[in-house]
Write a protein that binds this ligand. Structure first.
Ligand code: PHE
Length: 357
């Protein structure tokens, strides 16, 4: 009987060593140590053996079982470590590879794209981006911007006042800002010169037609420093026009009027749709209407009267000068992309919006 036990043990040890993976090893365990296997059966039937064989057989069988259990345990550890290694090799992820780009499920609105484009140009020129409140006071929107009490923009028909409106001449009366210019004054109150900022944001006026929506967007610009001239304004806006509309652009300044700049100018950019107002086929250019120039914004040198409102913050009109400009983001976007009707920007027709970006 002990011979048979030795035989089983040798055979099983061979099988354990030969098992190539944990699954086969488990099969081997069941074959030699499972409930129906020969060795455990033998152990269970030791009591039925003749008394003189019991001790030796029992001892040998027990030893064999213990030895096999230990061998299996050891081999299991070996194989498990080996298999883990293989799995780690197989599943290796190169974390230095770029991630998959997320699928495009939307895009920035053309107005947002254009705002960011404008911001990038001026940030490149050394301007900072500032934002201000859309609900303003008469003081910042009109008074401190040198608007005479009789200025027509103050009328209820030209400005959205925030109810209840008792007195449209009270500096504290609230309104929806009609331009981003109030931030000129707020910015100067918050920091001394030199100051170079642009102010993108929403603005409001009671107009509604193909070229006006009650809510629209502007970008204000303000540069205050010593020795700032109209030439600086022109150079800055030339750089802007070229960045947005192409390297071949020119700008021209036309005299105009704004209450808060003196002198004031309207700025035109040379038309990028034609040559001198004429299309290749000889017809008049529809974009500039044959004039070769397109108006893009209003601007001028900051009026000393405006500086008087912020003199105490370090703005002495005898010491410093500034230029300011304000442009409509919608207008820039429409010109650049040939959008025929301003309202298309607000209809949210995906077929229109998808064409940009
Ligand atoms: N705020 C003016 C407008 O909305 C534009 C402007 C800004 C003009 C700054 C001059 C200087 O029309």
């Amino acid at each position: 009987m002990t011979d048979r036990i030795a035989q089983i043990r040798t055979e099983a040890e061979g099988a354990i060593a030969a098992a190539a993976n944990t699954q086969t090893l488990e099969d081997v365990r069941i074959q030699y140590l499972g409930r129906k296997a020969e060795l455990p059966n033998l152990l269970r039937s030791v009591a039925e053996l003749p008394p003189n064989e019991r001790a030796a057989t029992g001892k040998a069988a027990n030893e064999a079982r213990k030895a096999l259990e230990a061998a299996i345990e050891q081999r299991t550890e070996q194989l498990a470590a080996q298999e883990l290694d293989q799995r780690l090799q197989r599943d290796r992820v190169d974390v230095t590879l770029p991630g998959d780009p997320p699928p495009q499920i939307g895009r920035l609105h053309l107005i947002t794209q254009t705002r960011r484009e404008i911001e990038d140009v001026f940030i490149g020129l050394g301007f900072n981006v500032a934002e201000g409140p859309e609900v303003e006071t008469v003081y910042y929107n009109f008074d401190a911007l040198n608007h005479a009490p009789t200025h027509p923009a103050r009328l209820m028909s030209d400005t959205f006042y925030v109810a209840p409106t008792s007195d449209i001449f009270d500096p504290d009366t609230r309104l929806l800002r009609v331009h981003t210019s109030p931030m000129q004054v707020r910015a100067m109150e918050s920091q001394p010169p030199p100051l170079y900022i642009i102010v993108p944001g929403r603005t409001y006026r009671p107009d509604n037609d193909a070229t006006h929506t009650p809510q629209f967007h502007q970008v204000e610009g303000l540069a205050v420093d010593t020795d700032i001239t109209l030439g600086d304004l022109q150079g800055t806006l030339l750089a802007f026009a070229r960045a947005i509309f192409g390297e071949d652009r020119q700008v021209r300044l036309r005299p105009h009027f704004f209450p808060f700049t003196e002198p004031s100018v309207e700025v035109d950019v040379s038309c990028f749709n034609c040559t001198d107002g004429v299309m290749p086929d000889g017809s008049h250019c529809p974009l500039c209407r044959g004039s070769a120039w397109i108006e893009i914004l209003g601007s001028g040198m900051v009026d000393p009267n405006v500086f008087e409102y912020v003199r105490e913050y370090g703005y002495d009109p005898e010491q410093i000068q500034g230029f300011a400009f304000g442009m409509g983001i919608e207008r820039i976007a429409m010109l650049k992309h040939g959008v025929p009707d301003l309202r298309m920007l607000y209809d949210n027709d995906v077929r229109f919006l998808e064409q940009f970006g």
